[in-house]
Design a binder for this molecule. Sequence first.
Ligand code: GDP
Ligand code: MG
Length: 180
Amino acid sequence: PGPDEPAGVEKIVRMTLKICLVGDRGVGKTSLLNRYVFDTFSEEYKGTLGSHLLRLTFKAVLAGNQLVEAQVALFDLMGERSMRDAFKEVMFWGTNGFLAVADVTRRDTIRALPEWIRTVISIAGEVPHVVVMNKVDLAREKSIAPEDTAWLLDKLPGVPYHLTSAKGDLAVQKAFDAVI
Ligand code: GDP
Ligand code: MG
């Protein structure tokens, strides 16, 4: 082990991962990435043209004292449904995991999640994914309407979900780390 490696590491496993963020426009995909990678937040809405890529190195020690070192490419994709349908092959091919993001204050973005998830899986296969309910700082209570929760559980059984705020730095790291 080199100077950076924790004591007791017996094996180093290196891999590259493609992780995508999907979900409707304005739900906070770019903001979540900026929070996770740079620990910054902006109120300004710029929109994302095409796709944008951020890279980072992720290290974790797994069972059996294996150090996993992943080069992670995080793809921030434009939230247009028409773009998704036209370019899904090039956008999602080779995806190893993804975050499907909704805005807790906009029910239509929650209702759009199953279609986003279905689309990615249709190209990438059954890869790990989580649902991210963003902007909980704007919700009166830190939860979504019970009927939406029930609807999601019915449509997406077993998919873990995270309540996040890119603005308030709530659970953002946990959501990304879980997928990676
Ligand atoms: P994207 O289209 O999904 O990439 O969404 P953006 O990241 O560009 O965010 C859209 C707007 O929502 C911007 O004005 C952000 O400042 C705002 N926003 C993003 N995340 C949060 C959040 O957690 N809380 C609040 N209050 N606003 C947010
Ligand atoms: Mg964006």
